[in-house]
Design a protein around this ligand. Sequence first.
Ligand SMILES: Cc1cc2nc3c(=O)[nH]c(=O)nc-3n(C[C@H](O)[C@H](O)[C@H](O)COP(=O)(O)OP(=O)(O)OC[C@H]3O[C@@H](n4cnc5c(N)ncnc54)[C@H](O)[C@@H]3O)c2cc1C
Length: 378
Amino acid sequence: MASKKILIVGGGIAGLTLAIALTRRGIACEIIESNPQWGVYGVGIILQSNALRALETLGLAQRCLEAGFPYSTTRYYDAQGQFVRERIKPNLSGDRFASSTGVLRPVLHDILRAEVLALNVPVRLGLTVSQSAQAGGRVDVTFSDASVGSYDLVVGADGIRSEMRRTVFGAEHQPTFMGQACWRFTADRPAEVPHAVMYRGTRTQAGLIPLTQDKMYLLLLTAEPGNPRLERDSLRGMLAERLGEYGGLIGELARALPDSNEIVYSPLEPLLMPAPWHRGRVVLVGDAAHATTPHIAQGASMAFEDAVVLSELLDEAPSIDQALLAYTARRWERCRLIVYNSLQIGRWQLQAWEGKPDPQADIVTLSNQTLEALRAPI
Ligand SMILES: Cc1cc2nc3c(=O)[nH]c(=O)nc-3n(C[C@H](O)[C@H](O)[C@H](O)COP(=O)(O)OP(=O)(O)OC[C@H]3O[C@@H](n4cnc5c(N)ncnc54)[C@H](O)[C@@H]3O)c2cc1C
């Protein structure tokens, strides 16, 4: 395809990976990022083997493996720390990588950001799109600093609350709170957490995920009816209350919680954009197009895969319009499966916590089947 000018709105996981993928193929692009510090707010992230498979095609897998903590097993305990069962997660990489690799979220961001800068991708910080208008196969953009630009393609990689989605696709496409929230903080990793550990409470689900030789994170899934707005200062006390029933390692961590400002509280709000994921020459990638709850830990994997597929199509399809149509066609069902099945798992948990468990509920089987379906090439 002839040379083109591409603007990526958002320098997070999807935007950075897409910039790397395009540049590797010799396609020029530039990034704008609204956060002047270009940092990330977060604890850790699980990279599943399909994430590493996608990152390997971009030459980034080894750096993530070296910075992270690979593991393939999840051990399940009751709330008091009594062992229940062990699960070996499906490996989608033909055993090239572990099934999962825990990575500190800021470290993953640093790896992607460093590569973008090393590839000399232009990045402008503290900037967003104020207005965009399309005519004749071009997008004319006015930025928030009043500068202007004209592009062959604009990519909305601006996350779950995407403004590109709102302004170009319509305000009706909003993520919807599904009843659960996730609490997380980073802690020192003891030797007995060399794999994921899940603890089943009566009305919550706790877990520990290894991130490095020294660090892990604690996660707690809770029901938060009505999606209350929580004061930042109250997080420590509220988390202590919610962890009250746990013994064992979780109980120990609950007695030594960090300050509220080190606790990340995330209401879970999935969204799946209907096909197609483009309007004219504006296309969505990552959470802007498909935000999932974290029950199968696939949100970032889907963003990496979006980047690999979109860059390939923009390089190889006869026209941008054909590339964009083929992009949704290749991505939609895979992302739908993740969003729907992750949501189903969350709903089963909520039903069980309300004392009305669905007799059909089988979280491990649905999670394994979903991962198996991702084994197919992207
Ligand atoms: C609790 C929780 C746990 C999770 N755990 C996992 C996990 O273990 N494994 C996994 O694979 N996924 C996980 N995810 C999902 C994962 O975090 C997301 O799928 C991923 O961050 C999506 O990347 P993104 O680039 O689309 O969005 P983001 O990472 O949100 O990046 C968007 C970027 O765009 C910028 N931006 C926003 N608005 C604008 C604007 N108007 N103009 C310019 N820039 C803008 C933002 O500042 C940001 O830098 C989890 C999610 C949650 C909520």
